[in-house]
Design a protein around this ligand. Structure first.
Ligand code: FEO
Length: 162
């Protein structure tokens, strides 16, 4: 069954939202790299790729379901944040925002009785739970480390190894 026009439009917007998340994390990775925080930069680089993957996953779904992909301009991400903790808090806030956007898509799928899209979106619902949790843990670690950024780097090195 082809997706509705309303769903098509909202999925196109979500493609942009996911690319924006990717850009924000890349900008954060650059700031961390600049500060010599290699491990933190690595985590955010990886996250950049994941978000790009999310955008492409939605794009493929639109194409497979007789929709039309309309790529939009991606808003410019901030270039810096005052502290590492502020940056990670902004990343967590962004993940929560994305969760809200996914929930809106789910609500539309329910309203339209579009069970295929509802099922497709389940992956994103689960993914958001995981991403909010991991960003929340990272924020907690950053808050505990405070100015001792090398401790945060060591914690992340340990986390990456696990
Ligand atoms: Fe794809 Fe983390 O939002």
């Amino acid at each position: 069954m082809p997706i509705s026009e309303a769903m098509n439009k909202k999925l196109n917007t979500q493609i942009t939202n996911e690319f924006l998340a990717s850009q924000i994390y890349l900008s954060m990775a650059c700031m961390f790299e600049d500060m010599g925080l290699r491990n933190l930069a690595r985590v955010f680089r990886k996250q950049t790729e994941e978000e790009r993957g999310h955008a492409l996953k939605i794009l493929d779904y639109v194409l497979e379901n007789e929709g039309k992909v309309r790529l939009q301009a991606i808003p410019e991400p901030p270039a810096e944040w005052s502290t590492v903790t502020d940056a990670i808090a902004a990343a967590l806030a962004h993940e929560r925002k994305v969760t809200g956007q996914i929930n809106e898509l789910v609500a539309l799928a329910d309203q339209e009785k579009d069970y295929a899209t509802r099922s497709f979106l389940n992956w994103f619902v689960d993914e958001q739970v995981e991403e909010v949790n991991s960003m929340s843990s990272l924020l907690q670690a950053a808050k505990l480390a405070g100015d001792r950024l090398l401790q945060l780097e060591a914690y992340i090195a340990h986390m990456i190894r696990e």
